[in-house]
Design a protein around this ligand. Structure first.
Ligand SMILES: CC(C)(COP(=O)(O)OP(=O)(O)OC[C@H]1O[C@@H](n2cnc3c(N)ncnc32)[C@H](O)[C@@H]1OP(=O)(O)O)[C@@H](O)C(=O)NCCC(=O)NCCS
Length: 176
């Protein structure tokens, strides 16, 4: 299996994660409702459940989960994942979580999405990459748009959100 161990960005490094790299800090992010309120998972996580999730990606040849590491202080700030969702159509999907809240709004997601998207096209040979967001997750939508993604559709009342339903937004990007 050919794994990519590390990608280098301008401010951050992207280091592929294995189950053994999961820390209590990462588990705490997955149990923080402020972080997971717009995510598809989270709450009730344990070190075992998170390790299982991370290893599931690590042992999948067509999925990558990278820890986002600040080059200056070596802190683990969050994760970004990419996986091939359809081989025949060469489509991929990206998901991101900046768990260290003191880094929100400082351009982490924008750099990470750009790097992983380039990786998806260049190394994974994808021809289309998409991402899904809650329509009220303005920071996420903006980070994807700043990285070249365009809104391609709205999925009506697609997501549970704090006792109600909100629309989902699908964003996509092409290699050119
Ligand atoms: C959403 C998230 C990925 C954004 O990451 P980030 O590193 O803070 O994003 P960036 O700093 O790259 O910001 C991108 C743009 O969004 C804006 N932005 C960030 N957070 C925002 C918010 N809460 N509301 C409005 N705009 C916001 C930034 O100002 C920036 O726009 P600008 O350059 O025009 O000013 C991050 O907050 C996060 O991981 N949240 C928890 C998990 C999550 O929601 N993941 C996404 C699921 S789809």
């Amino acid at each position: 299996m050919n794994r990519i161990e590390c990608l280098e960005g301008v401010r951050f490094n992207y280091v592929e994660m294995q189950g053994k790299d999961v820390t209590e800090t990462y588990v705490a992010w997955m149990n923080d409702p402020l972080i997971t309120r717009y995510m598809e998972s989270g709450g009730g996580e344990t070190i075992g459940s998170v390790r299982k999730f991370v290893n599931g990606l690590f042992y999948n040849d067509d999925a990558y989960l990278f820890a986002i590491i600040d080059k200056e202080n070596k802190q683990h700030l969050g994760n970004i994942k990419i996986y091939c969702s359809n081989f025949f159509h060469q489509r991929g999907e990206v998901g991101i979580m900046i768990g260290n809240r003191s880094y929100w709004g400082k351009g982490v997601a924008t750099e990470a999405i750009k790097i992983i998207t380039y990786f998806g096209f260049d190394v994974m040979k994808l021809k289309k990459i998409s991402a899904g967001c809650h329509a009220n997750n303005y920071g996420s939508i903006r980070a994807f748009q700043k990285s070249g993604y365009e809104i391609e559709g709205v999925l009506r009342k697609n997501n549970y959100f704090e006792g109600g339903r909100v629309d989902g937004v699908v964003l996509g990007v092409l290699p050119d």
